[in-house]
Design a protein around this ligand. Sequence first.
Ligand code: ZN
Length: 420
Amino acid sequence: MNKQDFNDGLLGFLDASPTPFHATRNMAMMFANAGFEKLDEVDDWELEAGKKYYVTRNDSSIIAFTYPKNELNYLMVGAHTDSPNLKLKPNAVIKEHGVVKFGVEPYGGLLLNPWFDRDLSLAGRVSYLNSDNVLESSLIDVQKPFAVIPSLAIHLDDKANKERTVNKQTDLCPIISTNEDFEFDEFLRWQLDKVGVVNVKNIYANELSFYDTQKAAFVGLRDDFIASARLDNLLSCYTGMLALCSVEADKPMLFIASDHEEVGSDSTSGAGGSFLESVLKRAFGDVATYTKMVRSSLMISADNAHAIHPNYPSKHDAKHTPYINKGVVIKVNANQRYASNSETIAKFMRVAQELELPLQHFVTRSNMGCGSTIGPITATRIGIDTIDVGLPTYAMHSIRELAGSEDAHQLYKILVGFHL
Ligand code: ZN
């Protein structure tokens, strides 16, 4: 796939995936279109060599894999479906001071300031009892920009540009209307109706997140950059998914995108949970085969990397300064916040070198803390040799992040290149 088609598809995927649920559904559709057969964890599995499969958990994590005969040395690619956001509280509606607003709970380590004065919408999963007395869940996406968190005017806070802080409980409630007749249940039924769900008896619960309605876009004089919400880590989801769709069914490859990375990965659908291990055990039978498979495979944990910010260069180690559009970043941390080791790095570098693609290296400053990824968690949980790589990014965890228009396609070429 050429770079332009790759990037155009990326923008569409970003816009169509406001929540992990939507990202997972879109990836499932993509895998189905590419000939992967759907599995369900509650069914019996009879896997056939030569076929390709995918399976989801909690509607928010997905595993897809080829299943060639007698091949155990898998290339695995791991990413995460979630991004920091503002989640609706269970009793969300607040009516005061002439408006209707929603109570929200920040999810993950988000930059709070960029959420002010944006045209917001809401999406996620709603769980309800249908008219046949069966519990169901459906995804909704309001799409319309119907909510906003207005800034406090500078006239009312003369220290706004010096020492304004954001109180997560009181300052971040999106306002949605001046019509205080608003009924939340009615609103949800309307949204369900829009996706064809009309047989709703009782709505019980929801997991809904606010998102910015501004579309992903190329920016820069020569379209140097891609600006979007959720580049961390839908950029890697998209790249890993397309790489797996691009290899032949006789090449051993697996892709996993997990939820809840931004809050530590400990959940049924997070990388700290049992999803990958249980899928591998079902696919590779006895303990010996499973262990051989895990120990002869390689996991590439793909998550975004901090590009050196041109206005804050002192935040990087001067010898490890990833630049935008200068190639995929290999991430190293002596304290195992990243899982890369010399052997996994060598395997990755060899493929990039054969393809004549540049690579960059990142280690955090020794006097600063280091983020982590699903890499060490998966390496610990499964026992698979792992490398952490990523695409250089500015403004990570902002409502609008910035990455290069060259780098993701290069990662795609390297991932596919493992099987050339
Ligand atoms: Zn991430």
